[in-house]
Design a protein around this ligand. Structure first.
Ligand code: KIV
Ligand code: ZN
Length: 518
């Protein structure tokens, strides 16, 4: 059996249909291009018959994407299939994906039909789709709950009608891995023409088993996995692309399969999808969560400094994350502090490790996580308050009109001088940040930004967390306020103050280097 597993990405179809606000054509194109760069074989771009907007975006993606096959979804009815063909025909190569339910509950309760009616519709749909392309995929919706005899019968008929890919979805995420792998196994053993099609799987995550089920299916012979970036999709989502791709890479010793995925593109694609879909990734999410390559336990940090494979089974670089993060918290040992100081360019003689470590523990108990600039400030005994006050917001006002356009005015105190600035932006936070930027000489980029609610109800607190990059170094800022915009402004100010603190550290360090040591 071929050892290549085809990756079929349905972020723009199953993923997008689960979003509260739909994506614009431009955003869908951005995602499609990122997915193409990631090395995905097939991109399911949408459901063309569902709306003129979806038709248009599928068509635009079909025009633009060259290295992945673009696919559209259709129910097993001619109008849907025709819409798919019309939207996709601009592409050199395209796939029509048609589906109908096969489980008793869906056939009887949802479709109010007999299995033989559904079988006839499926055969007709596949034959009709073949008039437009040789690349036809047929899905047995709710295959996971379909009696195996019916499933075998449907798969055999769909292949006979001309489907070259047969997809077996666990639509409601109900099966267990050994059970789902068993279904695929039975298809291979019982369907006489099974060798004429690729067997695909499409697992939902209702019980958190979408990835495990997809891998069990690959072990049983499936050679296409349908998945989405960050696992977004209906209800609890779909099988997560980054997880299955990294499982097949990391455990190639057992699975003996490969994919075309460019693994170093994973982090970038995940960030883009999370940002455009407004779907934050949980910090402890495998592969792409912000904690996936960060270590907090002192024992783990010590192990990591000795050999990274003590606690990491894959490198962060392999998925496009620049490096492992050792969080500096009260659980960190002195070894880690020494190592961090060395990586910041300090020598043993620049600080007294015992004193620094005791000061660090006191700060970590108060603050939770300690950042590089805090550590440097401790070395030079810089008072946090003294440096934090370099920038302050004296007052601010923000107006957001309908849509995204907004204007902001801010009175910014910088080094004791107060000045007013105003700006417009794509939304209130952007407008405020543009206004603040006018009062700051340093050129910085906001590279990460998150808002979380603390406490319940409309008057609960909002916490903004951001990272800004200045001169290739990251600075973290946090702001807490009842108002989201105010919290966002404070977060930026706190990161800008962290830059000021690190400038002061650099000055003190230089002075010390010039002073002869006795
Ligand atoms: O979950 C499902 O069954 C689907 C089909 C349309 C493939 O999304
Ligand atoms: Zn689905």
């Amino acid at each position: 059996m071929d050892d290549k597993v085809i990756i079929f990405d349905t972020t723009l179809r199953d993923g997008e249909q689960a979003l509260t606000a739909s994506l614009s054509v431009h955003e869908k194109l951005q995602i499609a291009q990122a997915i193409e760069r990631l090395g995905v074989d097939i991109i399911e771009a949408g459901f063309p018959v569902s709306s003129p907007g979806d038709f248009h975006s599928v068509q635009e993606i079909a025009k633009t994407v060259k290295n992945s096959v673009v696919c559209g979804l259709s129910r097993a009815v001619e109008a849907d299939i025709k819409a798919c063909a019309d939207a996709l025909s601009v592409a050199d190569q395209f796939r029509i994906h048609t589906f109908i339910s096969t489980s008793d509950v869906h056939v009887q309760q949802k479709l109010r039909k007999d299995f033989s009616d559904v079988e006839a519709m499926a055969i007709h749909a596949v034959k009709y789709a073949r008039k437009f392309t040789d690349d036809v995929e047929f899905s047995c919706e709710d295959a996971g709950r379909t009696p195996i005899d019916n499933l075998c019968r449907m798969v055999e008929q769909a292949i006979k009608a001309g489907a070259s890919t047969i997809n077996i979805p666990d639509t409601v995420g109900y099966t267990l891995p050994h059970e789902f792998g068993g279904i695929i196994n039975q298809l291979f053993n019982r369907v006489p023409n099974i060798d004429q099609a690729i067997i695909s799987v499409h697992c939902h995550n209702d019980l958190g088993l979408a990835v495990a089920n997809s891998i069990a299916a690959v072990q049983a012979g499936a050679r296409q996995i349908e998945c989405t970036i960050n696992g977004i999709g209906e209800r609890a989502g779909n099988c997560s692309l980054e997880e299955v791709a990294m499982i097949m890479k990391t455990r190639a010793d057992l699975l003996n399969v490969t994919t075309n995925i460019q693994h170093q593109e994973i982090a970038r694609t995940s960030k883009l999808v999370s940002h455009l879909c407004n779907m934050p990734v949980q910090p402890n999410k495998a592969i792409v969560g912000s904690n996936a390559f960060s270590h907090s336990s002192g024992i783990h940090q010590d192990g990591m400094l000795k050999a990274s494979n003590t606690y990491e089974i894959m490198t962060p670089e392999s998925v496009g994350i620049s490096k492992t993060k050792l969080n500096l918290t009260s659980r960190s040992g002195r070894h880690v502090i020494k190592h961090r100081m060395e990586s910041l360019g300090y020598q043993d003689t620049d600080f007294d490790l015992n004193t620094l470590y005791q000061d660090f523990l006191k700060l970590a108990d108060k603050k939770g996580q300690v950042f590089d600039e805090d550590l440097e400030a401790l070395v030079f005994n810089i008072q946090q308050q003294e440096m934090q006050d370099h920038y302050q917001i004296e007052s601010m006002s923000v107006q957001a009109a309908n849509g995204n356009f907004a204007t902001a005015g801010v009175k910014l105190v910088a080094g004791g001088d107060s000045q007013a600035y105003s700006a417009t932006g794509n939304g209130p936070v952007d407008a405020l940040y543009q206004a603040i930027k006018q009062g700051v000489a340093d050129q910085f980029d906001v590279t990460d930004f998150k808002i979380a609610n603390k406490g319940k109800g409309e008057d609960g607190l909002s916490q903004a967390d951001l990272i800004i990059t200045w001169q290739e170094r990251n600075y973290h800022g946090v702001g807490i306020a009842t108002d989201i915009i105010e919290a966002s402004g404070q977060a930026l100010i706190s990161a800008l103050n962290a830059i000021e603190r690190s400038k002061r550290v650099a000055e003190l360090r230089e002075q010390r280097q010039k002073t002869p040591q006795v």
